[in-house]
Design a protein around this ligand. Structure first.
Ligand SMILES: [Fe+2]
Ligand SMILES: [Fe+2]
Length: 368
């Protein structure tokens, strides 16, 4: 049976052009002129992958995307959103609405086909992935104050990977598939926290050395859990990347991190990317041990640690996309009520709580 793709686009000429591009590439392609018809076809024909235009007749592509992600359809529907221009705000809106991929118009037919193929490869991993993502959310629920941390780290990580895709050094390494994989595996970075007592995770005061040592075990616990899944099932890039991120997201470029003290490129690239995404989020949001820092302060802390904590290439990518980072943070600030104080829009500098200060403000933030 052929893999089917639904194209939802109100413009007949573009819709039929996309349908024939996909048919020529071996897919079974269907067209719908509006969101309502699209939803009908998805349910009736059991479509797993949808390409949706930013504007359709009866709804915005964003609305349709949200509906698809919340409709309780039997299987996961992969959504590629087409945006009329490459604007940061539209990309961010698409990402937070749950679009799996975003393509700006005009697009190259070969690029669209490649992205559909990536989508189908990822759909094949759905069962294991959705199980693991549920576990990630479960781990996050133990730290309610960091609500939406997973989603923000996902968006930041994808954004950095997309930027590195254009870097000649990473050509052939950071592919479209890699970008999707990091988006889907980065939520698992702290899965090992399931093994850390809540009394330690949520402690507002200073951690004792023993408590800090306990927290430092979470990368090993997470990696061990994922290694078990890799050994039981067929090897997949998804689980391999999830394992690398869980194990190495607290390593530092200069070798002073944990748990293995890896340095430089011995640290898997995905972990070097998530390390920055994770710390940026810890810095710009309120935590039990600190208030939220402004974007400017967070940026200067990250730049200061270029080549020490962070891979210089990842810091350079961050500086290129910092406006997108701020837009992502703003989005959750506005819609997710997730930044009780400060956040990336804050201009005045918050006061760091006394707690955990023996680690230094930045080291404390990077514990998350
Ligand atoms: Fe962590
Ligand atoms: Fe984290």
């Amino acid at each position: 049976m052929k893999n089917s793709v639904l194209v939802v686009d109100g413009e007949p000429a573009l819709r039929s052009e996309m349908v024939s591009i996909l048919e020529n590439a071996g897919f079974e392609a269907l067209g719908a002129e509006n969101g309502l018809r699209g939803l009908e076809l998805i349910e009736r024909e059991n479509v797993r992958l949808v390409i949706c235009d930013w504007h359709v007749d009866d709804a915005s592509g964003i609305d349709l995307c949200c509906k698809l992600k919340t409709a309780g359809l039997g299987s996961y529907v992969y959504v590629i959103l087409l945006t009329p221009k490459d604007s940061i705000d539209q990309r961010v809106q698409g990402m937070v609405a749950g679009a799996d991929d975003i393509v700006s118009k005009p697009f190259q037919p070969s690029d669209l086909v490649a992205r559909v193929k990536v989508g189908y490869r990822l759909l094949q991993l759905e069962t294991r992935e959705s199980l693991i993502l549920s576990l990630a959310k479960l781990a996050e629920r133990r730290e309610p104050e960091t609500g939406h941390h997973i989603e923000r780290v996902q968006c930041y990580s994808r954004c950095l990977a997309e930027q590195l895709q254009g870097h000649p050094k990473y050509s052939g390494i950071v592919t479209s598939e890699y970008v999707q994989l990091i988006y889907q595996t980065s939520p698992l970075h702290d899965i090992g926290k399931i093994g850390i007592p809540e009394s330690v995770l949520l402690k507002p005061g200073k951690l004792t050395q023993r408590e800090f040592d306990l927290v430092k075990e979470h990368p090993l616990i997470g990696a061990e859990t994922l290694r078990g899944a890799i050994e039981r099932g067929p090897e997949t890039p998804f689980l391999e990347m999830a394992h690398d991120i869980a194990l190495s997201h607290h390593e530092k470029f200069d070798g002073s991190g944990y748990p293995q003290g890896l340095a430089g490129e011995a640290i898997p690239l995905a972990a070097r990317i998530v390390a920055l995404a994770d710390v940026y989020d810890a810095l710009t949001t309120h935590r039990v041990y600190k208030d939220a820092y402004s974007h400017e302060k967070s940026e200067s802390i990250i730049v200061e640690d270029r080549g020490r904590h962070f891979d210089p290439d990842v810091v350079d990518a961050f500086l290129q996309v910092k406006e997108t980072f701020q837009a992502i943070c703003r989005h959750f600030d506005n819609d997710g009520n997730d930044l009780p104080r400060g956040g990336a829009n804050q201009t005045t500098e918050p006061v760091l709580s006394e707690s955990n200060d023996y680690l230094g403000p930045y080291e404390t933030a990077s514990l998350t």
